[in-house]
Design a protein around this ligand. Structure first.
Ligand code: IPD
Ligand code: CA
Ligand code: CA
Length: 266
């Protein structure tokens, strides 16, 4: 597997930030934690990891823009390139000692995501993709799962919590999905959820209320693994709508139809 120089920069940044997260994960009880909003926490670990990623990326490409979850956006002089970074996706897991979290880094060129890296330092799993070059887990090429019928499928999702709206709408979607599939999972890191679709672990995934930094890297992983993604309206503007429905060509379509079903008559 030959990585471009740019992808190597992203991988190095993710590994370095991952090391810092792993250190902090070992001492999670000593971290300073603050509340950004209801059910929304941020810790020193998030800030430290974002600082590392930002320094590494801007050192390598000083003219690119940078949008990270925890800081002010930097508008690059370059105008056509922007990094989209979630330094710690799965903060709630992290703070509870659950080893399902990741660094997520994507590169946008003229509004299109052209490379992505998702790294889980707790499992040492590094997911990478660049446009036209395929998707990989460490050195292994990835392909989305081949199952064609929902009844055989395990589907990942995100569950809205305190502070997020539309709980009733999610329950309706879940009600429709759970009646059609083999199992539903909630991992707690959207970046990993999408990487799991790329790796064929999940047959499909859907979630709403996400941000561009949660999903940009995962979206290219899925595309390069032969999968399909849309927003919940079936459009392609996932980074703006913050909604995603993913799977192979059959399951993505089927899932989109199922979550869009109307309220059943009483
Ligand atoms: C969260 C995770 C989670 C998703 C939330 C996100 P964070 O990101 O991706 O799986 O359900 O909507 O906000 O806050 O841990 O970076
Ligand atoms: Ca996130
Ligand atoms: Ca985060």
């Amino acid at each position: 597997m030959a990585r471009s120089a740019l992808l190597n920069v992203m991988v190095q940044a993710a590994l370095k930030a991952g090391k810092s997260l792993a250190r902090d994960f070992g001492e999670v009880q000593n971290l300073q934690v603050s509340v950004k909003g209801p059910g929304d926490f941020v810790s020193q670990a998030d800030f430290r990891a974002e600082k590392i990623v930002k320094e590494e990326l801007l050192k390598a490409r000083p003219t690119y823009g940078f949008l990270g979850e925890e800081g002010e956006e930097i508008i690059g002089t370059d105008g056509s390139h922007r990094w989209l970074v979630d330094p710690l996706d799965g903060t709630t897991n992290f703070l509870h000692g659950i080893p399902q979290f990741a660094v997520s880094i994507a590169l946008e060129r003229n509004g299109e995501v052209v490379a992505g890296v998702v790294f889980n330092p707790a499992t040492d799993e590094l997911f990478t993709a660049e446009r036209g070059g395929g998707a990989f887990l460490n050195d292994r090429r990835l392909r989305v799962a081949a199952r064609k019928t929902l009844s055989d499928c395990v589907i990942g999702c995100g569950i809205p919590h305190l502070g997020k709206s539309n709980h009733g709408k999610f329950l309706l979607e879940l009600r429709h999905v759970m009646g059609e599939v083999s199992g539903v999972r909630r991992i707690g890191s959207a970046a990993l959820d999408l990487a799991y679709v790329a790796a064929g672990r999940f047959d499909g995934f859907w979630e709403t209320h996400l941000n561009a930094w949660d999903i940009a890297a995962g979206l290219i992983l899925i595309r390069e693994a032969g999968g399909f993604t849309s927003d919940t309206d079936g459009g392609t503007d996932m980074l703006s709508t913050g909604t995603v429905v993913a799977g192979n060509e059959y399951i993505q379509k089927a899932l989109l139809e199922v979550i869009g079903r109307p309220v059943p008559k009483a």
